[in-house]
Ligand binder design. Sequence first.
Ligand code: PGA
Length: 267
Amino acid sequence: MRRILIVGNWKMHLNASQASLLVHRLSERIKIHRDIEVVLAPSMLLIQPLSLQIDRRKFRLAAQNAYFKDEGAYTGEVSFTMLQELVHYALIGHSERRHVFNENLGLIRDKVAASVRNNITPILCVGETKDEKQAKETSRVLHDQLISALSDLTANEVSAMVIAYEPVWAISNGANYANHEVAKPDEVAKAVQVIRHNIFELYGKKASEEVRVLYGGSSNSQNARAYLEIDGVDGLLPGGASLNYHEFSAMVNAADKMLNDRKGIDE
Ligand code: PGA
């Protein structure tokens, strides 16, 4: 069985004391789960101190970004090599990296390869913009983003990684937090099917069944269960909701409750 993964993307929020308080509050509310992995993606600056603070049985850390060269004259960058002992995961290709920082397909492919080379599991984010959705190009966009990002990997490496479906139009930001479109579960189901089908075609059955696929874009405690119930979805990647300890711990609890309900049905 694929383990459920809930990843909080803090984006460019929280200073050291705010982050430490949030982790403290989350530890009080989140217990150790065998079948659920809880991951926090703080800013680069906080990864080192938080790696000392967290209870590693409860939380793992993810980087929000890193550079694909292992070392060298790249002013301002941090490499996957430098993050090796500190994080389990790295977000790669988040839509804000693609659109605000102009990261192109080639750079994202190199970052995915660097992450794998340095034993950090990539969480590759893919998803279409609103215009692409309206032009009915979702499947093509997902195909193009996947084929290029994964082109340096073997089938086994793809099996072990994580892909997050994040439709750009459903991601909240400061300006549209309250009023923007939310993805319907059947839209997410379709996109996740497209993703797994692409993995099947490119890397075979085993990889398509083993790769974990998350949903991200305005997920919160209210809609967590509906997204988690979708066939082929293995977890969530909340941004805004991960900054609020009530919300984030309620999302983990929703996953726990779903697993318990399923166990009840099987017994
Ligand atoms: P959101 O962000 O949950 O605030 O929409 C998700 C993301 O960008 O990863």
